[in-house]
Design a protein around this ligand. Structure first.
Ligand SMILES: [Zn+2]
Length: 375
């Protein structure tokens, strides 16, 4: 099986798809599975059956793949728990046919911390491999697959090699895979973060191309991984350029000075009208001068459908609002917005809302700002 995985950063604000299954939580982190993974398991079972393997062999084949995914969950949890030590939350861990993705809210700014978060995953695989290898030796088995006599021994030996394979594959310097991220962190220790990201992203795209070509000949899953690596490298570079463009710029230079907002007591109709009139995606909700939340177009549509136009804003689902000060640098606001999906930043000066900053508006500002810098 082709193997997996990337730490996703920034985690896209994807709507929760119906194609995912909640498997539960570990250490408070939701573990989800994409249903296409069932297709993969069925395909593997089918291949075994077509080869004329009996029920027992087929079950072991499926069990092997299932245990690979357990190992992937442990690998991703490693990333998530080290990130947690640095105060970074993980939205969820998603299992896909190409492997696992831990959606960290952000990566640490400190290269040494980024290095730790990136390397812990492959390190876990090597430890698991060593433990299973030790177990085989203690049990008096062999690690030469051709000489194995028992089914359990064969399974354990395969798991040793799979773990070594996972560690090596993830250590490829194909940014944003673990190895590429570690490389970026090492480069960032010597040069600025932007140049480091630029070099790592170029190398990542080179590896993506190479994986894609290999995939054409050997395994179609590699083509999908190549695509994920390619677009991940692009995204990371754009994010790094964006951070560079807004570095040191205060919120007050970019904010929208007209604050359109609603109160919790206002009818939903008012919120809908304001969103439409202003061409806005979301509105802050302000209660007696105090920001209490953010309501999006989607929230208004859902609430209108369920409760009708006369229901109040308070009855609609809401998102957390990000409160910022006019003098705060834009890069730190961007980071805080990344941590709260669907939010807007409400600029508050001495207790009074004086401006709004939405991700769209921020992007528009950067586009204009970058033009001016280039000119
Ligand atoms: Zn990893």
């Amino acid at each position: 099986m082709a193997s997996p995985h990337a730490i996703e950063n920034p985690a896209p604000r994807r709507p929760r798809s119906r194609w995912t299954w909640n498997l539960g939580r570990i250490a408070g982190i939701p573990i989800r599975m994409h249903l296409t993974l069932l297709v993969l398991l069925a395909w593997i079972a089918g291949t075994y059956a077509l080869r004329g393997a009996g029920f027992g062999a087929t079950a072991i084949g499926v069990a092997l793949v299932a245990s690979i995914f357990v190992i992937i969950v442990v690998h991703e949890l490693g990333h998530a728990l080290v990130a947690r030590r640095y105060g970074i939350k993980t939205r969820d861990i998603m299992l896909l046919p190409i492997g696992g993705i831990a959606s960290l809210e952000r990566m640490p700014e400190n290269p040494k911390q980024e290095l730790a978060v990136a390397l812990v995953g492959p390190a876990i695989n090597l430890v698991i491999a060593a433990l299973i290898y030790g177990g085989i030796v203690v049990a008096g088995g062999t690690t030469h697959l051709a000489e194995t006599t028992s089914l359990g021994n064969a399974l354990a030996t395969q798991l040793v090699w799979i773990n070594v394979g996972l560690a090596v594959f993830n250590l490829l310097p194909a940014f944003p895979m673990d190895g590429g991220r570690a490389l970026r962190a090492l480069l960032a220790l010597r040069m600025g973060p932007q140049r480091a990201t630029d070099i790592a992203a170029r190398l990542g795209k080179f590896f993506a191309l190479a994986l894609g070509v290999l995939g054409l000949f050997y395994n179609p899953l590699l083509i999908i991984i190549a695509f994920v690596v390619w677009s991940g490298a692009n995204q990371e570079r754009q994010m790094s350029e964006l951070k560079h463009a807004i570095h040191g710029v205060p919120v007050s230079a970019a904010m929208l000075r007209r604050v359109e907002a609603v109160t919790p007591e206002q009818p939903l109709e008012d919120a809908a009208a304001l969103l439409l009139r202003g061409g806005l995606q979301q509105l802050p909700v302000i209660d007696h001068g105090k920001p209490v939340g953010v309501i999006t177009r989607g929230d208004v549509a859902t609430a209108l459908a369920h409760a009708g136009p006369d229901a109040t804003v308070a009855t609609a689902p809401q998102h957390a609002v990000v409160e910022v000060e006019p003098g705060e640098p834009l890069d730190s606001v961007l980071q805080r917005l990344e941590e709260v999906p669907d939010s807007v930043a409400l600029v508050v000066d001495h207790g009074l809302p004086v401006g709004v900053l939405t991700p769209e508006h921020l992007a528009a500002y950067v586009a204009l700002h970058a033009q001016r810098r280039a000119a």
